[in-house]
Design a protein around this ligand. Structure first.
Ligand code: ZN
Ligand code: FE
Length: 259
């Protein structure tokens, strides 16, 4: 089992670092920037054994080449279906990422939608979900489809409720603002918004997030809830009779009117 350290990058990215007392080698997930990772490794006298990538966007991959210059032996895992030249270990659904020096391994789940080849890494009670799900919200749909994204989010919704979701951005406060557009009377969202504001005022991160809380507060995981359906149909001005259509309406509503 490993410990997980949060390394902030850019304005609102989070790089997750996996380490264990048994080894000085660590792994990082989505190092968009090398500098904060190298600072941490130097300060803690650690080395880099593996880089895990969820998708091709620069804010998740931009640090790979510099990290490889300093740690040429680091293995670079990432989605087989995306073009990321630095990847040395391309991954598809069900692949095992063995990290023996951390005494653990992670399993690959293909979760397209934000990008066409986006993958997530699942471990014991946790998921590194990149830009698929954010606390209180989800990623935009770029080179994947609305249907893919809806299905990937449903896949997350079906994981055990105690799963910790390690997403790659701090967007929680803004996301909960939109969640309240969709469900103005939802007390769990209001309470979560207050809690998130307090956490941010202390300069701390609101993630990882617990799936059980997402299921109560994240509109993109609540596409089966009557009030959410009614709100989406009201915005779309048309009946929405399947999950993908409902998701697409919510996502488009947020893109056009809120963000
Ligand atoms: Zn992205
Ligand atoms: Fe991102």
């Amino acid at each position: 089992m490993f410990d997980i350290v949060l390394i902030p990058a850019f304005a609102d990215n989070y790089i997750w670092l996996l380490k264990s007392e048994c080894s000085t080698a660590v792994a990082v997930v989505d190092p968009g920037d090398a500098a904060p990772v190298l600072d941490y490794l130097q300060h803690e006298k650690l080395t880099l054994g593996a880089i895990l990538i969820t998708h091709h966007h620069r804010d998740h991959t931009g640090g790979i080449s510099q990290l490889k210059r300093v740690f040429p032996e680091a293995k670079v895992y990432g989605p087989a279906d995306e073009s990321i030249p630095e990847i040395t270990a391309p991954l598809t659904e069900g692949a095992d990422v063995k990290l023996p020096w951390l005494g653990d391994s992670l399993k690959v789940l293909e979760m397209p939608g934000h990008t066409a080849g986006h993958i997530a890494y699942s471990g014991d009670g946790l998921l590194f979900c990149g830009d698929i799900l954010f606390a209180g919200g989800c990623g935009r749909v770029f080179d994947g489809t609305m249907k893919q994204m809806a299905e990937s989010l449903q896949r997350i919704a079906k994981l055990p409720e105690k799963t910790l979701l390690y997403c790659a951005h701090e967007y929680t406060e803004a996301n909960l603002g939109f969640a309240l557009w969709v469900e103005p009377e939802n007390r769990a969202i209001k309470a979560r918004q207050k809690a998130a504001q307090r956490v941010r005022q202390q300069g701390k991160a609101t993630v990882p997030s617990l799936l059980s809380l997402e299921l109560k507060t994240n509109p993109f995981l609540r596409t089966q809830i009557p009030t959410v359906i009614a709100a989406a149909e009201k915005w779309a001005k048309t009946p929405l009779n399947n999950n993908a259509a409902l998701f697409a309406a919510l996502r488009t509503w947020k893109d056009r009117d809120y963000d």
